[in-house]
Structures are given as structure tokens and as C-alpha cells.
Design a protein around this ligand. Sequence first.
Ligand SMILES: [Zn+2]
Length: 400
Amino acid sequence: MHNRPTAMTRRRLLGAAAGAAFLAGVPRARAATYDLLIKGGRVIDPSVGLDGVRDVGIAGGKVAAVAADLVGDATETIDARGRIVAPGLIDIHTHAGRVKEGPTKILQDGVTGWVDAGSGGADNVDEVAAVARTAPQIGRVLVNISRRGVVSPGGELHDLNLANVALARGAIARNRDVVVGVKARLSDNVADSNDLEALRRAQEAVAPFGLPVMIHVGQNYSPLRGYLALLKRGDIVTHMYAPGKNGILDDKGILFPEVMAARRRGVIFDFGNGVNDHFDWDTVEKATKQGLWPDTFSTDWTAQSKTTGVVDLPNVMSKLLMYGMPVAQAIACATVNAARVFPSFDDRGTLNVGAPADVAILELREGTFEFLDNYKGTRTGKQRLFPVATVLAGKRVQAA
Ligand SMILES: [Zn+2]
């Protein structure tokens, strides 16, 4: 790629060239108004309540203008007619930090910000943090409260001694630039009767830093209300629609009142697709009928996701369209809502003028699409979102 002058130097060059042209009366080279112009797409930017056909002009890595029929020339143009133009997607529960190529792979899916949720604990999180630091897009990390990180199969919290508060704090402190919280996997097969104490220790670990805790729930040893009572505003429940014992629904399929009460006081509920025991259609249907929709979508991404029911974040977002979630709401969950969970993403999840120009161009196809839950259950939907192109910091990402 050739070097492009920054906005500042371009402005100076333009000024100097214009002055010289005026004095000498010779034609000057014209600098383009925009580095990149995304033309004619359906811009859905829930951060400002926008859903309409617009052009998006980008200069110096920032969103420079969003308007119908922008005038001005551009170095590069993307024809987005018939496509959705959204802020770059943010996936708050991935394991993209496990492998060096993880971040580059999900960038192709429109994901311009990600969080690795607990792949590593105090003993091994430094490697995950290193992947986050060298990723092309913003990568952030949750430290597993178990010093070993995810141990699967087997589970990392059957021995409570592994949930060491001092070691977790040390891991946060030495990776403060990329660590944004702590993860605790609380399901029976990971933690059994250590679940509540592990969560208490997770809260103790983050307390001096003022960071959130994300809990992974599903088939829990203790009732969910016990976990919710230990969560503060801004903490996250992932795998919200996990079926089985001690989930969000009682024996009759009624949502426990503590779930909505937790949401009202600012606890965030995350989809967390994953592969094993994290959601089934029956729970999604019952919970959404009672008004429990996700605040955020996430994939629980691993290097195998393309060949599982996850596929990519736009595919996961499409699953709730079947239950009546509007497209703009699905995009809100994966953009502005996700950005508000962690301060690292403060400037993201929006196409506001001045914001970093991270853009996901998606196609909403109409047809017959089969979607998978974690129990080989299929549901057929009429719409599916596909990633088409990604723009990161104002530059179009080349196809892998
Ligand atoms: Zn996970």
C-alpha cells in the first residue's frame, strides 16, 4: 500500500499548492475530498437513530460526513447500494486471543472490536494479551478468575484454590492496557458447588480496578438468583438463554423475576452463541415472549466457529430476527450497546462524524435459511445477514 499523507499534512500541502498555483497561475493537483466514499447504502446507525439511504464520507481515518448524495470526489469508492452500512461490529464474548490469526479472521466478518472472554487466567493470560496488542482492530481481554484459564473439558474451578484473587489482580495490573474485566465460568461442569465463592472472588479481584465481571451461566449448581445478587451495574451475564437446571426460567417456563430486576439495575444480558449447552430455541422463544431480549450479541468465537452453528457474528444476529427483533435492533446490540459495556469502546459502535471510521457492510438476504442452536435443533428463517466488506480506521480490509 502506498503512503498517504495524514489529514494534517494534506491540509498543509493543499494550502501550499493553492498558494503556489495562485502566484504562478499554473494548474495544481487536486486532493480528493474523501479517502473513501461509501455510496448509496442503507445506513443503520442506532447510536443516532438513523436508518436511511446515505453516503458515508471518510477522511484521515475518521467519519467525515454522513448525508444523502454527498458531493466531493474520493480516492476510493464503495458502491453499497442494496447493502446495509453499519458501524463496525463489536463482539464482547470471543476466544479470538487464543490464536494469533483469530483477530484477522473475525475482521472479515465485520468485527472491528472484540473481547477475549477468559481464555487465559493469571498463569497464561499474558499470551492472550499479546495477541490483543498486535491485533489489527481493538482487542480486549477478560482474565479468567481461575489461574489456569478455560480448561475444557474438565473445568477450571473444581479446585477452588485455582481462583486466586491476588494472582488475578497481578494479571490485571501487568496488562492494564488491554484487560477490561474478569470472567468466571459458573456452570456445574466447570465450577460445581464452588460457583458462588468463585464469583465472590471474581468481584474481589476487580474491586480495586473498578472493572466488570462477566459470568458464564447454564446448568448451574446454584439458583441463578444467587449469582444475580452478587452482580453490580455493568456486569455481564453471557449464555443468557442456556436451558437446563437453574437457568432464567422456572419449571413452568416462567422467567424468574430476579432476571428482569437485574436488568433494571444495569446488569447486561449477552447472547453468547457458543457450541455446547449455551442456548436452545425453546428458551429463546419463551424468554423473548416474556420480554427478555439480548442487550448484546456475541459468538463465543473459536477457530472452529465457521463450521459450527456460530458461523459469524452477522449469522448469530440473524437468529433473533426470526423471533421478531427488528434489524436495526440487532445492529444496535452488536454496535452501540456492545460499545457501552466497556469504556475501551467509547468512541466506537457509531458512525458519528469524528468517530474512527470502522464500518461493517452487510447484506440482508431474503430467502430460506436454516439456523442451529446448541442441541442440533434447527429453525428456518426468512432473513440472514451476511458480511460483505469491512472498513477499519478508514481503510477497506482486503479479503483473506
Ligand atoms: Zn466463552
